[in-house]
Design a protein around this ligand. Structure first.
Ligand SMILES: Nc1ncnc2c1ncn2[C@@H]1O[C@H](COP(=O)(O)OP(=O)(O)OP(=O)(O)O)[C@@H](O)[C@H]1O
Length: 313
C-alpha cells in the first residue's frame, strides 16, 4: 500500500539513502529502527513531503505522492521528531491552526479538533498552553495533529522520544487503537524493544540500507539464530554430541559445565523436533532452552554484523 521505490536521498554531496525499496501492506504497523544517522528521519521527511528525494518514488495505492502533493497531503499524517515551541498558543488553538491548513473551517474545525483531542485523551487540556504540557502530552498532541484530517497513512518520527514510562504506555495504547482502525503506520525508533511489541513488521536501517526486514515474528526468529540453545544433559552426553554434530541445522556445538550450547538455525518447530530426537535416542535432558538475549544485544548484533538477508553492506 505504501511503497518506497528506489528512493535516494542526499544532502549536498553526502548520500544518506541509496535506492531504498520498501513495501508496507495496508493496516501494517511497520517499525523502522536504526542507529542515529541511519537515515530514518530523512525517509519520513520524504514521505511527508518536507524534502524531495534525489531519485525514486513514494506510492500510496500506486499514486506517486512525491509529485502529487494534493494526494500526499490528504493521505499522509506526519508526526515530526521535533515538537518546536508554541509560545502563548493554547492546545485548542494549536490544533485549529493545523485544521485550517487542511481546509477545515467553522463548526467542522471544532468537530475535527475535538475528535482528535479525545482520541489522544487530551480533551481536558484544550485550554492549557501548549508549552506548559509535559513531553508525553506534547507527543499526544502531535499525534492528534497528525490524525486531524483522518489520513490513511501515518508516519511517526520517534513518538516515544523523551517520554516517561506512563506516557509511553498511553502513546502505545493510542497507536494500537490507530492500527485497529486500519491505518497504515510507519514508526521510527532507535531501539527495537520499544516498538517490537506493537509493530506487525519492522526493518533495521543502517547507513541508509535496510539490512533486515519482514514480519515481526519472522525477523525475531531469524535474529534468534544468533542466540544459542543451551542443553543440560543428565545422561548420554556422548550420544547427544553425536546427534547434534550430525544435525544440519546445528551450526556450532560447544560444551561448558556439563551443558551443551549449540547455535541452531531452525525455527521453534525444528527446535522441538531436535529435542524429541535426543530424548527418543535415550538422552536424558534436564533443561533445553533458547537463550532469549535482550533486544538491545540483538539489535547491536544486527547493526554491526553482516547482512542476515544476504544483501551487500
Ligand atoms: N538538513 C541536513 N543537512 C545535512 N545533513 C543532514 C541533514 N539532515 C540530516 N542530515 C544527515 O543525514 C544523515 C541521516 O540523518 P537522519 O536524521 O535522517 O538519520 P536518523 O536515522 O533519523 O538519525 P536520528 O535517529 O539521530 O534522528 C546524518 O548523517 C545527518 O547528519
Amino acid at each position: 500500500m505504501l511503497q518506497l521505490e528506489n528512493i535516494s536521498i542526499a544532502y549536498g554531496k553526502c548520500k544518506v539513502v541509496e535506492d531504498l525499496n520498501l513495501d508496507i501492506a495496508e493496516g501494517e504497523m511497520f517499525g523502522l529502527v536504526g542507529p542515529s544517522g541511519a537515515g530514518k528521519t530523512s525517509i519520513l521527511r520524504v514521505i511527508a513531503g518536507i524534502i524531495k528525494p534525489n531519485g525514486g518514488a513514494v506510492r500510496v495505492d500506486d499514486i506517486n505522492i512525491v509529485v502529487n502533493e494534493k494526494k500526499r497531503k490528504r493521505m499522509i499524517g506526519y508526526l515530526p521528531a521535533d515538537f518546536g515551541s508554541y509560545e502563548s498558543l493554547k492546545v485548542s488553538e494549536y490544533l485549529q491552526f493545523y485544521a485550517s491548513t487542511y481546509g477545515y473551517g467553522g463548526k467542522k474545525t471544532t468537530e475535527v479538533c475535538n475528535q482528535a483531542l479525545s482520541f489522544v485523551h487530551l480533551e481536558q487540556r484544550e485550554n492549557e498552553l501548549v508549552d506548559g504540557l509535559s513531553r508525553g502530552m506534547k507527543q499526544q498532541l502531535s499525534l492528534a495533529r497528525s490524525i486531524i484530517h483522518n489520513p490513511r497513512v501515518l508516519v511517526l518520527d520517534e513518538p516515544y522520544s523523551g517520554v516517561d514510562p506512563i506516557a509511553l504506555k498511553e502513546i502505545k495504547k493510542i497507536l494500537v487503537k490507530l492500527r485497529q482502525l486500519g491505518k497504515t503506520i510507519l514508526i521510527t525508533s532507535h531501539m527495537l524493544p520499544e516498538i517490537s511489541d506493537i509493530c506487525t513488521s519492522f526493518g533495521v536501517l543502517d547507513r541508509g540500507k535496510m539490512i533486515i526486514h519482514g514480519k515481526t515474528e519472522e525477523v525475531i526468529t531469524s535474529i534468534n539464530v544468533i542466540n544459542p540453545i543451551v542443553i543440560q544433559i543428565l545422561e548420554g552426553e556422548e550420544k547427544a554430541l553425536k546427534i547434534l554434530k550430525e544435525e544440519v541445522l546445528v551450526r556450532t556445538v560447544s560444551i561448558e559445565d556439563k551443558r551443551i550450547a549449540i547455535t541452531f538455525s531452525g525455527d521453534e518447530y525444528e527446535q522441538a523436533k531436535l529435542l524429541t530426537k535426543l530424548t527418543n535416542s535415550g538422552v536424558l535432558i534436564g533443561s533445553y532452552n533458547r537463550i532469549k538475549g535482550d533486544f538491545d544485544a540483538l539489535f547491536n548484533a544486527i547493526v554491526h554484523q553482516p547482512d542476515l538477508n544476504g544483501g551487500e553492506r
